[in-house]
Every structure is written in structure tokens, then in C-alpha cells.
Write a protein that binds this ligand. Sequence first.
Ligand code: HEM
Length: 397
Amino acid sequence: MKRLGPELVHDTHEAHRALRADGGVHEVVLPNGLRSWIVTGYELARAVLADGRLSKDRDRTIELVQRHQTDGESTAQARTPLSAHMLNADPPDHTRLRKLVGKEFTTRRMEGLRERVREITGELLDDMDRHDEVDLLPAFAFPLPITVICELLGVPLSDRETFREWSTTLVSSVPPAQVQEAAVAMAGYFTELIAHKRANPDDALLSGLVRVSEDGDRLSEGELVSMMFLLLVAGHETTVNLIGNGVLALLRHPDQFAALRADPSLLPGAVEELLRYDSPVNLTTLRYTTEPITLEGQRIPADDLVVVALTSANRDADRFAEADRLDVTRAAAGHLAFGHGIHHCVGAPLARMEGEIAIGALLERFPKITLAAEPDELRRRASSLMHGLEALPVRLR
Ligand code: HEM
């Protein structure tokens, strides 16, 4: 059994390429010490994500994580006050929870937000304009999605430094005690905020959900707190990587940058290609087999853990010709950057819209933008879930 190490984070595409050369599914020990199957081929990834024989039930997953841990304590999954959310649930609970927010994230609703996203983007670019060199992550890629998701949910933006810290802890590889501590603190924050919204309702999403939770048995308080956590964290930890990885890819491929500058109508397709080429999420969250299944002739017993390497599936040459080449004009639709099946990303329409506006406006405002570091100086954030940069220094002119 292969043990995957830091190369999964720091040399992601190379690590996946080596695995794919050996087949589409592998039994491995993940960098956090968890024994799991990892799916690296596109067709298999798509099939696994739509397979009802795999479950995401929270309590059973936690039990299986304990059983499959090869060394020490696991941080991969814990029962915290924030974990009663739809990404840890199967139907019918998943269906019920997802229905409560699904209609808030339709493409049509997101179109209504477009102007506001443009405004926020414009303000951030104005601030950047006062400098010659910036780190694009704190200056642009992070504040845009966090501002948008806070406004959408009705979470005070002024608290963002506080929950940014908790949220970073919760997606990083840190000891279990630290995860619990951050989860308890964040749950306390949401509980207070919910009490405040109960007394002072507004038009944002959280107030709407507070009303639903008062109405009857459709949403418990624990589920409400967990839902806010999921939306807040999923709503920005990922989009920051779309903007960061996407801009880096364009800076490293000046011909593609120039093509996009010359023809902004390529933008929507280019965002799909950037999502495919250097996907913001590396590995999906954990699933487990509820009965034995066979993938590519490989028998996986019941109660084994499975993760899907989205960054790898999206570079599978059997699905995307010359998969390692960035081509903003290619038909990249069908990529798995937002997952697939019943847990396909709720926020995809919002993320696409933010990505288009952010990258389009950045290129227009700073057509001479270049990387202010050697590519091999750039570091990846220590997370096998997320695929993002620590910093992205750029020269604006
Ligand atoms: C689920 C990716 C932005 C909310 C997912 C999944 C992926 C993903 C891969 C499935 C994970 C799995 O099956 O294990 C992304 C990417 C984004 C992005 C790449 C940005 C580029 C957002 C935004 C929001 C959001 C902006 C919220 C506003 C969610 C939620 C789920 C989810 C709630 C769980 C859906 C369910 O369990 O049914 N996302 N996401 N995401 N995402 Fe996103």
C-alpha cells in the first residue's frame, strides 16, 4: 500500500500523474495517516460520486475514520457542533437540508448579485492601484468572496478576521484538540448571531433560515449552526483558490493571458478551463462503502473509506485531450471541480460568477500584471483537501 506524503500538497499534479499511470483507483495511506482508497481517473471519479452505495453519514464516517487510522489521532473527521450539515448527510436528511438553501443559489438569483460583486471588485482594485506590488491573496482573492458570502448570509463583515482564523484552522491539518476548540468557538459565535437575528430579523439568508427553524421540524438549531458554518467556509475557502490558482495559471501562460485580454467573450469558458486546469479542491470529503463494490476490477470491501482526487480527474488525458495544457478556448465543461452527484456544489453559480468578474476586471485594470516571484518560490497551503497557494506576489505594472 502506497503512503502519500507532502508531495500530494506541494507537487499535486506530479503525484497524481504517477498514481494515474498505475490505474484509476488505489489503496493508500493519506498524509494524515488514514487508510483510504483514492480515485484518480475521470470516468471512475464521476461514477463513484454518483454511486448510491457510497455514504457520507456523519456518525458512521467518524467510526470508520477511527478504525482506519494508521497512526495517532485523526483530524480527518470529528463530531463537532458544526458537523451536522448536508455534506455529512445522506438522503433523506441531505435532501431536506439542501432543499432549504438550494433555491437561494440558483443562477437566476446569482445574476441579481452580479452588480454588487462588480462593485466590491472595483473597490478592491482601487485599493490595489495604490501599490506597485501586492500579495494578490489578501489584497483581492480572499476579500472578494468573503465579503460576498457575508452579505449574502447576513454575517457582519467586521467579524471576518475572527472567523477567518477558525475557518483556516478547520480546513488545515492540525491536532484534534485544536479542531474542537475552533469548532466550539465558531459554534458559539453563530449561536449568538442567531439569537441576534431572532430579535432583529433582516432580508439575508440567515434570518430566513432562523424563521424556518422556528416554524417546525424542518431545521434544528444544531443543523442551522452547521449550515451557516458550511456555507461560510465552503463559500470562500474555495473561491479564493479559483482566483489565486486561476490568475497564477494565466501569468504562467502569457499567450493564454493575451488571448483572454483580446477577447473577453472567452471569459466564461476560460473560468471553466481554469477550474479544470488547477482545481481549487484537491480531494473530496470522505465517503465510505456500504457494501462491497468493484472499481476497474478492484474489489473494495464494505466499510472502507474512499476519496476522489478532483485535481487528478480533471487532468485525465482519457477525458481531456492534452490535459496538462492550459487552453482557455477548450471545451472544459464536464470537469469535476465542483464535484458530481447529489453533493455537487450548491455554490457553483456564485463561484463561477465571482471568478468571471474578478479575473476579467483584474486583467482589464492591470494588463501588465506579472508574477513577482520565481514559480518555484510559491508555496501551497498545507491541506490535502484544498488546493491553494500560501501567497501570490504580483507586480501590477
Ligand atoms: C460542495 C467545490 C464554491 C457551497 C462542494 C463540493 C465541491 C465543491 C468539490 C463537493 C464535495 C464532496 O462531494 O465531497 C467548490 C469550488 C468552489 C466552491 C471549487 C469555488 C470555486 C462554493 C460556494 C459555496 C459553496 C461559493 C456557497 C456559497 C457548497 C456546499 C456544498 C458544496 C453547501 C455541499 C453540497 C451538498 O452536500 O449537497 N463544493 N465549491 N461552494 N459547496 Fe462548493
